[in-house]
Design a protein around this ligand. Structure first.
Ligand SMILES: [Zn+2]
Ligand SMILES: [Zn+2]
Length: 387
């Protein structure tokens, strides 16, 4: 009998994806094979699609699939947060697989994604000497979510998706966990003065994209006094307000730096004491830092190492010493934070997570064309849905 074949998207060049076919393996004793139902495009996927890969690589780490093959020991080797795994279960994964033995893993626990030997589904580790690599032509082939199947390796953290939760909601686990981690950073009490997020917090989210909106949904659910979004586009701000239940939105386009700061301070009666920057923009960070209320907390989600303002040191001096602000970022994440994100997603009937899915596509060939819409004002999240 001919081997069963499955399709996978392989990035071979800038904005170039080849749809390849490989034999679908059966799960080894310690693994699983899932048939993909949904896979969403992450902001980092856009970066990965527009950068030249070192070699052909898979892509996609935000995925949900149904178990079609399960190893005899899979329930010992794969960490499921909510019960035993069985054939036919739908699962969503924590996309990082860590080594458990490096200094980071020993210090902060297995699963922390800054593990020195971190491997990721849909990642780019192409060293053939490593057993766990992302080389598409090497067994078990299905190593990224933009595919028909994914092979789930030992030491993966997973969640069973409740029967009534749509795969288009569960697929948001990863970006919602980034939002969750950002909010949790605001709860880290540094000294006795900073109270972090509370019922009196005035929170500003910079950037009305999907992660910013989900951070707003979490802060709203936690009961902040005021929730404000800034962006440069009315349609994006309108979506953010409706989906998150924000109190206010401010379109900053056309304003000078001084006007922007004055406007935000005015709307928040003196400046936000919580700022989550989800715009991935050094300029927005430079501006946002100047809006923070004294003793406030500023969390940067994006990578702002490129194009930082030449005034940075002066600014840091002013904020750190005059405002005593707490500035932090979101890089490291953990399965336990994903578990709290999963709890948020379970409220999908009350909270309109599905409105974040704006661009659905049904073929791997449409991954790159869909990613081209990412900066459109009506785009929040593109998702592959297998029919
Ligand atoms: Zn992601
Ligand atoms: Zn490690």
């Amino acid at each position: 009998m001919a081997e069963k074949m499955g399709k996978i998207a392989v990035v071979t060049d800038v904005n170039t994806v080849e749809v390849r076919e490989y034999p679908v393996p059966d799960a080894a004793d310690d693994g699983l094979v899932i048939k993909i139902e949904t896979c969403s495009i992450c902001g980092s996927d856009k970066f990965n699609l527009t950068s030249k890969p070192a070699g052909p690589r898979p892509i996609g780490h935000e995925f949900v699939g149904r178990i079609v093959s399960i190893g005899a020991n899979a329930n010992q080797t794969i960490h499921c947060f909510n019960g035993q795994l069985a054939l036919g279960d739908r699962i969503v994964v924590y996309p990082h697989v860590t080594c458990g033995g490096c200094e980071i893993c020993l210090t902060y626990g297995n699963g922390n994604c800054i593990c020195q030997n971190d491997w990721m589904y849909g990642g780019k580790k192409l060293d053939p000497k490593k057993k766990l690599n992302s080389i598409p032509s090497e067994y078990p082939y299905f190593k990224g979510g933009f595919a028909e199947y994914v092979y789930i390796v030992p030491n993966t953290f997973v969640w069973k998706v409740p029967d009534d939760m749509p795969s288009t909601v569960a697929v948001l686990l990863d970006p919602c966990a980034v939002a969750m981690r950002a909010v949790e950073q605001t709860m880290t009490t540094i000294g006795a003065l900073d109270e972090g997020t509370s019922v009196t917090s005035r929170a500003l989210i910079i950037g009305a994209g999907p992660i910013g909106i989900m951070a707003g949904m979490i802060l709203r659910t936690m009961g902040v006094e005021q929730l404000l979004f800034t962006d440069f586009n009315d349609q994006k701000l309108g979506n953010a307000k409706e989906i998150s239940g924000a109190d206010d939105v401010v379109n900053l386009s056309g304003l000078t730096l001084e006007e922007k700061i004055a406007k935000v301070k005015d709307v928040t009666s003196g400046g936000p004491n919580i700022i989550i920057a989800a715009a991935n923009s050094p300029t927005a960070a430079y501006e946002g830092l100047q809006m923070i209320r004294p003793l406030g907390t500023y969390v940067e989600i994006g990578a702002i190492n490129k194009g930082a303002s030449p005034d940075g040191p002066v600014l840091a001096n002013n904020i750190l010493f005059k405002k005593n602000a707490h500035i932090t970022s979101v890089v490291a994440n953990t399965p336990t934070c994903f578990n709290r994100s999963f709890s948020m997603l379970k409220r999908w009937r009350q909270l309109p997570f599905q409105r974040l899915i704006t661009h659905e596509f049904n073929r791997l060939e449409d991954l790159v064309p869909t990613s081209m819409h990412m900066s459109d004002p009506d785009y929040l999240k593109g998702v592959l849905v297998w029919k």
